[in-house]
Design a protein around this ligand. Structure first.
Ligand code: FPP
Ligand code: MG
Length: 334
């Protein structure tokens, strides 16, 4: 998938970007595994399997960076990083059930291996432990705020589900769904990072906004990858938005752009449920590349706004990393 923000090769290397965080991300990882220890060999094995889905560790990185950029990083940041990563992992387990996805990070999904019951229960186990860990913090803010955030994650997923096949979904409706299901956890990570650093109210808000805007851009790019990405390099089942008739930005742009007769054929194909590869079926009706580019351009606007919020913080290496992460989200191809 090509992006308007880059040439042929990505400019930013995630490893280099996260290098200053490596030691602390290892501490996050240790806290994550400590919190999910279990006497049950089944749970242990499943927790290890689910850990394979964790990739970029973007959310814990945001907690740490927001803390550093807003003043200081403390032991609480490591714990909050582990909590947001646990919530994220729980949502992935449930999401793959909802999407009937068979692969994540080039690894079989838990539902592909064990059916739907196990990943749902495992997600519940991880989620419960996340809140047990949140309750070990003296400052209750993470527990309170992340409970509200989880409510939003679930609301976004419910709204997305109930709007399946609604081809007239508006851009504000789409935006609301992705803010809830994705951006709210980014916003919470950055907000809590600032909060646990004892940042000013102004900086807490700036970082929360940065996280929200970044999360919106992240999900728009995710939706572009679902349509136009390479399954091997993205490492997860793609085309699921089409097969589940989820309204994503590139698809909404397409339905808006093409002649009425073409839009009707696309709607019919989606309503019938494409046999085989839904992306190939769509591509046989219409070239969707312009719509992916149009959605990417919208993601770029959100990244620009996210960067502007981060620019309001005092200059520091961590602020620079936050700015670079925003670009990285646009350039990612997995
Ligand atoms: C990814 O969507 C999904 C999310 C970011 C949120 C999923 C949230 C839930 C299923 C609610 C469950 C809540 C708890 C606490 C367990 P996607 O399908 O667009 O992303 P993908 O391409 O990575 O699959
Ligand atoms: Mg999914």
């Amino acid at each position: 998938m090509s992006s308007p923000a880059r040439g042929t090769a990505p400019r930013l290397d995630q490893k280099a970007l996260f290098a200053p965080l490596q030691e602390d991300l290892k501490r996050v990882d240790a806290a994550y595994h400590r919190a999910l220890a279990s006497d049950s060999p089944h749970v242990r094995k499943l927790v290890e399997h689910a850990a394979l889905f964790r990739g970029k560790q973007l959310r814990p990185a945001l907690v740490l960076l927001a803390g550093r950029a807003a003043g200081r990083e403390t032991d609480d940041h490591v714990i909050v990083g582990a909590i947001v990563e646990m919530i994220h992992t729980a949502t992935l387990l449930h999401d793959d059930v909802l999407d009937h996805a068979t692969t994540r990070r080039n690894t079989p999904s838990v539902n592909a291996l064990h059916g739907n019951e196990v990943p749902i229960l495992l997600g519940d186990f991880i989620y419960a432990q996340a809140f047990a860990l949140a309750n070990t913090l003296d400052d209750r803010t993470a527990a309170i705020h992340l409970a509200q955030t989880t409510r939003r994650l679930c609301t976004g997923e419910i709204d997305q589900n109930c709007n399946r096949g609604r081809f007239d979904l508006s851009f504000p409706e789409y935006l609301r769904i992705i803010e809830d299901k994705t951006a709210s956890l980014y916003a919470a990570s950055a907000r809590l990072g600032a909060w646990y650093a004892g940042a000013t109210a102004e900086h807490v808000t700036a970082l929360e906004e940065y996280g929200r805007l970044l999360g919106i851009a992240f999900q728009i790019i995710d939706d572009c990858l679902d349509l136009a990405g390479d399954e091997r390099s993205v490492g997860k089942s793609l085309g699921t938005d089409l097969s589940e008739r989820k309204m994503t930005l590139p698809l909404l742009r397409l339905l808006d752009r093409v002649p009425a007769a073409t839009a009707a054929r696309v709607r019919q194909m989606l309503a019938d449920g494409a046999v085989g590869d839904p992306r190939a079926a769509l591509g046989a009706i219409v070239d969707f590349a312009p719509d992916v580019l149009s959605a990417q351009a919208t993601a770029e606007q959100f990244v620009r706004e996210a960067r502007a919020r981060a620019q309001g913080l005092p200059q520091s290496p961590s602020r620079q990393t936050l700015l670079d992460i925003a670009d990285f989200v646009l350039e990612r191809d997995r």
